[in-house]
Design a protein around this ligand. Structure first.
Ligand SMILES: [Zn+2]
Length: 131
């Protein structure tokens, strides 16, 4: 028991650090609030089920990424809407949210052309947050 207590004591996190992490998490969540999903009208040009486990998504949403996500890894520079390459002069940071028939969905960071993004169908749905 004494040993457990000692171990537990060592694992007590620093309260100030916890509060700082909590504040940071809240700021990140807040940065996503109010960003709406749009819907791709044609299948994504970026493969969304590369291992073939889920089949074709039943729908694919796209939403702008907030400033807090600008450094997130994006595996492809190709626009998911038109399939053509994007470059730093002509792209927006966004997330795709594919949804599959079994209810599974996930987020993937992408680059999209601003015009292609604007052509996607608007919704009133709040976008997903990647945590
Ligand atoms: Zn495009």
């Amino acid at each position: 028991m004494k040993i457990l207590k000692k171990l537990f004591g060592q694992q007590q996190p620093n309260q100030h650090r916890l509060e700082a992490e909590e504040g940071e998490r809240e700021r990140i969540y807040a940065s996503y609030r109010g960003i709406k999903r749009r819907l791709l009208k044609t299948p994504s040009h970026i493969p969304l089920d590369p291992n073939g486990h889920f089949g074709q998504p039943t729908r694919v949403a796209i939403a702008l990424d907030p400033e807090s996500a600008k450094d997130f890894y994006r595996g492809s520079t190709f626009c998911p809407v038109c399939g053509k390459p994007t470059d730093a002069e002509n792209r927006v940071a966004a997330s795709l949210e594919p949804e599959f028939a079994n209810g599974f969905s996930y987020l993937i960071g992408v680059w999209a052309h601003p015009d292609c993004f604007a052509r996607c169908e608007g919704t009133d749905e709040q976008r997903g947050i990647p945590w």
